[in-house]
Design a protein around this ligand. Structure first.
Ligand code: ADP
Length: 830
């Protein structure tokens, strides 16, 4: 540092001081920063005074005086004396403090050490003050004691006054600049669009956001209007709003719509008039905030709210303590609580008392960030009714991702659950019915196959007892005869016979099942303790009661309607099976009986055949002997015999002749069984008939008979047998002719289904209907031999023949005096 001294005259000193002031003023006017002012001030002070060190101290905003610039003073010293001031901030009329020797002046005694360390013997403090009083000080230091004279003080005060002015001006200027810069920074960094227009709508200022949004404005907006940026329609609307601000003379807040590259944006614009200092409106300032996104969010949230409100499901939100924070109308419907009742209340009021632990568990899962999906549970409505619901609970997070609650969607699934329940019941019922039907179906063949009556009732009892799940079952058979209804135990299952001693069957009504849920039957009725039972009569198709099936259980309510149905089915099957078994038994008896009578008949036939055979063969010889002998007697003695003798001889002759015929017929009868030669085939029965009529020509002519025949088809019979049939039947037709009318005989044949039916119709005496079967018996005759000779064997032979060939013979139609029709069938051979 150079201490400038001005040797020479006082005038020289004055000039030097003035020059110093001039330099100072020049430096101060050029200074662009406070530091430059301080530097110039220190240089001026040291130049204009004899001080070897100087400093400038100013009050800061906290009213503490601090060094702003210093020359020749150590940091330690500055720290020691900082904050010390002879005047307080803003003090008016402050006077300089001049200490010629710091060791002499008691006012600065407490700084003596500091002064000593710093090598200071004299100091001068000159206040820096303006209208608002003291705001700082200048400090001058001398290494030796120094008296400040009036001139020096004057120049120092002059310097102080200039510095005060310059400092204050610069500070104000810097503050304004800083404030302007801050404002500009705020305006430019504002996310809002900010602009300033004059009253004609010409832009004076736009912020950075403005130029970002409207790239057209990047070339500068000054002097341009909205009409150069937007369509006339938009610009008109914006201008109208600006004019409204001018008219209102105060701020207005409006929504404005501006097209941008990605569509029309909505702004909330605060526009206010900018006034000149004299209060005239100089322009309009606008601060417009883009609320497009917020609007969209609002719209989306309104839509969401509408969806939530219109949902049939309950949509609820709650915080992590389970306090309801929202409650839609679906929730009001389902749980019957209003939103006013529930919002702010614990959701736990909905808990099903049987599932109290559930809600805390769900909340714990939500706290862990888990989602609970489609969880079927139950909740309690306001009216206390428990309903089935399906729940989906998701955690709700705040913008930083922290879980702050849960949203819950609950659907009332009571109707669905009910339907499911009903479906399950139906299914169970159907399965039960199918199982029953299968069991009954299985039972049916078992029962049908059992034809032993005793085993059958045991089987019925076993099957039925198992089917209805009874502890024991029994079959009581109705005892035939006797007075009143008596039943005898015939089969038992699940208990000893003794157990039913003294047991009284319940009275049955009609043919239905008697089902007792809890019986009045006392254990005293027998050793069996029966609380529930089923009983049903087993009734045959004819209405006859076979007996009663009875099933019991020691527990009450063991038998259901389903068991009744099973039992009805079993009883019906049992009745059929019992009927069958009885029929089978009867059939067995009939067959045994039939076999026995057939055997008897066979033996009788055999005897008869043996008799007929031996009669026809063994008697032939003696009868012929008698006949010849009688004829010889007649020839030798006939004329001499008279009276009874002649009658007796005649009788012998007649009887032996008849006997001969009888034996011939018998022979013919027995010969029927003899097998014929060749195959049984009669291709032309008409020819056989013609031969037969030839052999009967005598009687035909004698009686004047008229015989007609239709076409006769081929049949399976030996021709000789066919001839025998014609001879016998036509012979009888001639023989049993009516008195006074010529016989008329008609022979026909009709073929149907492989069988040919022949008929021989006459107009003879006829036969009473009651003898229709008898006449085919051996030796059976309806007339005396005097009127109609014969042996009663002809029709028997016919019957034997047709039966031998698989046919049959019968009297089709006849009445006394009206003729007869005999028919026989034979297998046809066409
Ligand atoms: P027969 O003629 O030798 O007595 P049949 O066995 O031929 O024996 O007949 C049995 C009986 O049937 C006859 O005695 C007769 O009474 C009755 N009869 C058979 N054919 C006729 C007929 N065409 N009209 C009336 N009665 C008949």
């Amino acid at each position: 540092m150079s201490v400038v001294t001005y040797p020479g005259t006082a005038a020289d000193l004055e000039v030097g001081r003035l020059r110093t002031l001039y330099h100072l003023l020049t430096a101060l006017s050029k200074a662009t920063a406070l530091e430059e002012i301080y530097a110039a001030a220190l240089a001026g002070l040291l130049e204009a005074t004899g001080a070897d060190r100087a400093a400038i101290l100013l009050f800061d905003d906290d009213d503490v005086m601090r060094f702003k610039a210093a020359q020749g003073l150590s940091q330690e010293y500055q720290q020691t004396v900082a904050g010390e001031s002879p005047w307080h901030r803003g003090e008016m009329n402050a006077s300089p403090v001049l200490v010629a020797d710091v060791f002499e002046d008691p006012g600065v005694a407490r700084f003596r050490d500091a002064f000593a360390r710093e090598g200071i013997r004299a100091v001068a403090f000159i206040p820096l003050a303006l209208e608002a009083g003291v705001f700082g000080k200048l400090m001058l230091c001398h290494a030796k004691p120094h008296e400040t004279d009036a001139d020096e003080l004057e120049v120092v005060e002059a310097i102080g006054a200039h510095i005060a002015l310059a400092t204050d001006r610069k500070r104000a200027e810097f503050a304004r600049l800083a404030s302007e810069q801050r404002l500009r920074a705020i305006v430019d960094n504002s996310p809002a669009v900010i602009f300033l227009k004059d009253t004609e709508g010409r832009f004076q200022l736009v912020n950075r956001r403005f130029t970002e949004i409207f790239p057209q404005s990047s070339s500068g907006m000054a002097g341009k209007t909205d009409y150069e940026l937007f369509d006339a329609g938009i610009a008109d609307a914006l201008r109208a709003n600006d004019l409204a601000v001018i008219a209102a003379g105060g701020p207005i807040s409006i929504e404005e719509y501006v097209p941008q590259s990605d569509g029309v944006h909505t702004y909330i614009s605060v526009k206010f008039p900018v006034q000149t200092p004299d209060g005239a409106i100089a322009g309009i300032c606008g601060i417009a905030t883009d609320i497009t996104e917020r609007k969209q969010l609002e719209l989306a949230s309104q839509r969401l709210a509408a969806i939530v409100e219109s949902s049939d499901d309950a949509i609820i939100s709650k915080d992590l303590n389970g306090i309801v924070t929202s409650w839609n109308s679906g929730a009001e419907r389902i749980f019957q609580y209003t939103a006013a009742e529930m919002v702010g209340s614990p959701v736990a009021v909905l808990a099903d008392p049987d599932r109290r632990d559930e809600m805390p568990t769900i909340l714990a899962r939500i706290r862990r960030g888990e989602r609970v999906e489609h969880y079927d549970t139950r909740r309690r409505r306001k009216d206390g009714v428990i309903i089935d619901i399906a729940l989906t609970v998701s955690p709700v997070r705040d913008s930083s991702g922290n879980i702050i609650g849960a949203s819950k969607i609950a659907r009332d699934i009571t109707p669905r659950k009910r339907r499911e329940q009903e479906r399950l019941q139906l299914l169970a019922r159907e399965q039960e019915a199918r199982r029953t039907a299968e069991l009954l179906n299985q039972a049916a063949p078992r029962l049908a196959a059992q034809l032993d009556g005793e085993k059958l009732v045991q089987e019925i009892t076993d099957i039925a007892t198992r089917l209805v799940g009874a502890e024991f079952g029994a079959f009581y058979r109705k005892t035939p005869g006797g007075t009143g209804e008596t039943y005898t135990l015939e089969a038992i299952w699940g208990a000893e016979r003794d157990a039913l001693d003294g047991f009284v069957l319940p009275a049955l009504h009609g043919e239905g099942v008697v089902r007792c849920e809890d019986s009045a039957l006392e254990p005293a009725a027998g050793p069996l303790a029966i609380r529930s039972y089923l009983a049903i009569p087993v009734v045959a198709h004819s209405g006859e009661v076979f007996g009663i099936l009875f099933f019991g259980h020691e527990l009450p309510g063991r038998f259901t309607q389903n068991h009744e149905a099973i039992l009805t089915g079993i009883a019906a099957q049992a009745a059929i099976a019992l009927d069958n078994a009885r029929l089978f038994e009867q059939n067995q008896w009939s067959r045994t009986e039939l076999t026995r009578t057939n055997e008897e008949l066979r033996r009788a036939n055999k005897d008869l055949e043996l008799f007929a055979y031996s009669a026809s063969h063994d008697l032939q010889e003696p009868v012929r002997n008698i006949a010849i002998s009688a004829q010889l007697i007649e020839r030798s003695w006939g004329r001499q015999l008279e009276g009874d003798d002649a009658l007796f001889l005649n009788n012998i002759l007649g009887a032996s002749k008849r006997m001969g015929i009888l034996i011939q017929d018998l022979l013919a009868y027995t010969n029927v069984t003899k097998s014929e030669e060749g195959p049984p085939l009669c291709p032309h029965p008409g020819r056989i008939l013609a031969d037969v009529l030839g052999s009967l020509r005598g009687p035909i002519e004698e009686t004047g008979a008229e015989i007609t025949a239709g076409p006769l088809p081929a049949v399976a019979i030996h021709e000789s047998r066919m001839a025998q049939l014609f001879i016998n039947l036509i012979g009888n037709a001639l023989k049993y002719r009516a008195e006074g009318r010529a016989p008329r005989v008609r022979i026909r044949a009709e073929e149907r289904d492989g069988v040919c039916i022949f008929s021989v119709t006459d107009n003879g005496i006829g036969i009473e209907a009651q003898y229709a079967d008898q006449i085919f018996g051996l030796f059976k005759r309806l007339h005396g031999r005097e009127n109609y000779p014969g042996s009663g064997i002809g029709l028997s032979i016919c019957q034997r023949i047709v039966e031998l060939y698989g046919g049959r013979i019968w009297l089709e139609r006849s009445a006394p005096g009206e003729g007869s029709t005999f028919c026989f069938s034979l297998p046809s051979r066409s």
